[in-house]
Design a protein around this ligand. Structure first.
Ligand SMILES: Nc1nc2c(ncn2[C@@H]2O[C@H](COP(=O)(O)OP(=O)(O)OP(=O)(O)O)[C@@H](O)[C@H]2O)c(=O)[nH]1
Length: 349
């Protein structure tokens, strides 16, 4: 084994980038304060819950962020990145949409997989609309058919189909894809209320994100706003911070390692004794892996990788929460946590 990997704790101690904070104070303008809550119901105003489902990597999290207009859900090119149910809130003049982001439905191989699948199916019956995402650069496959068949059993919920990632496919391919989606609806007995092609990266009207928001709001029941103006998510800040750290840690790791990484924020609070105009948010987080060998990979040569992960995550957390952050990140081994009910509970599943 590489000797550097034997001293992960040195690496963790080296990771102390509080010095960066002064640098940051200068150009840190902060985010605008949230507007006061307005719960008054206007005639014709609609509000409700929608959730995106689809095979792993279908683009659900990216779509949630595009609709909300800010990154509140982590994304990655590793399948099955999404674990927690984070709600994004879309504010429009004609209504409010609360988006529930669910993990991808897949054949469970571990206890974690089973729990995630249960979470998905119970969400479907509680929301107003389920939107199934079918990536336009991939053919509809057995996984999609399995999912839509399962969804068909949830009778009352309105279903729509979204052809995601249209920027990655030719117009002909998109046309065929839309026909295939309609056909899948027929063979599974699912009535699509809408079939909408979108791209989350194209921007402007060509991406059709705004059109999707309008259609979704139109499918919601009439009712007052459910969340105050300006709220973009109701996920606790600890969860958002942990997710951003996990996202940074996932970048560049391969094989089974992505699934072995879990992050828990142990402590988070404003540092005492700081001047009002120079606050500092202390975050102490543990990054869990399943085996000793994985610890070395995450930490990297003399802690270089962990430092990089910490810096990327810290910047993302700062931009989301609007406060300079001191991030203390430690790597720990929770042996085979994906298969161990006690460990799963501890890690929040
Ligand atoms: N080109 C392009 N890439 C996209 C688009 N939407 C998502 N992606 C990419 O596709 C990959 C998967 O996107 P996610 O949003 O994480 O997918 P997901 O369905 O939430 O994935 P799980 O968490 O595994 O269920 C990421 O690399 C995204 O950047 C899109 O509209 N266009």
């Amino acid at each position: 084994m590489n000797r550097e990997f034997d001293h992960p704790d040195d690496a963790v101690e080296e990771f102390d980038d509080v010095d960066d904070v002064d640098e940051l104070d200068e150009d840190f303008a902060g985010l605008p304060a949230p507007a006061p809550a307005t719960f008054t119901a206007t005639e014709g105003f609609r509000s409700g819950f929608a959730c995106f489902v689809g095979r792993p990597n279908a683009g659900k999290s990216t779509l949630t962020n595009a609709l909300v207009g800010q990154k509140i859900v982590i994304t990655s090119d590793k399948p099955q990145t999404t674990r927690t149910v984070v709600r994004g809130i879309v504010h429009r003049a004609d209504g409010q949409l609360v988006l529930v982001d669910t993990p991808g439905l897949h054949k469970p191989r571990t206890l974690l997989g089973e729990r995630l699948n249960d979470l998905v199916t119970s969400t479907w019956s509680e929301v107003d609309v389920v939107a199934v995402c079918f990536p336009s650069d991939e053919k509809i496959g057995p996984g999609d058919t399995f999912l839509v068949n399962e969804l068909a059993k949830v009778r009352r919920t309105t279903k729509i189909a979204i052809a995601t990632k249209t920027d990655l496919a030719s117009p002909e391919r998109i046309g065929q894809h839309l026909l295939d989606i309609a056909e899948l609806g027929r063979t599974t007995g699912t009535e699509w209320a809408e079939i909408v092609p979108v791209s989350s990266v194209t921007g402007g009207s060509a991406g059709q994100i705004d059109l999707l928001a309008e259609l979704l709001v139109g499918l919601m029941p009439e009712g007052p706003a459910l969340y105050p103006d300006g709220d973009l998510t109701d996920a606790p800040e600890e969860v958002l911070a942990a997710e951003l750290i996990r996202e940074a840690a996932l970048d560049g790791v391969r094989d089974e390692l992505p699934h072995s990484i879990a992050v828990v924020v142990e402590e988070m609070g404003l540092r005492e004794g700081r001047p009002d105009d120079k606050p500092l948010l202390d975050i102490h987080a543990n990054l869990y892996v399943e085996r000793d060998s994985q610890k070395g990979i995450v930490i990297g040569h003399r802690g270089s990788r962990l430092r990089e992960v910490g810096t990327v995550a810290r910047k993302q957390i700062e931009s989301l929460l609007g406060t300079p952050v001191y991030l203390d990140l430690r790597v720990k081994v929770a042996k085979d946590w994906q298969r161990d009910p006690r460990q799963l509970r501890k890690l929040g599943f």
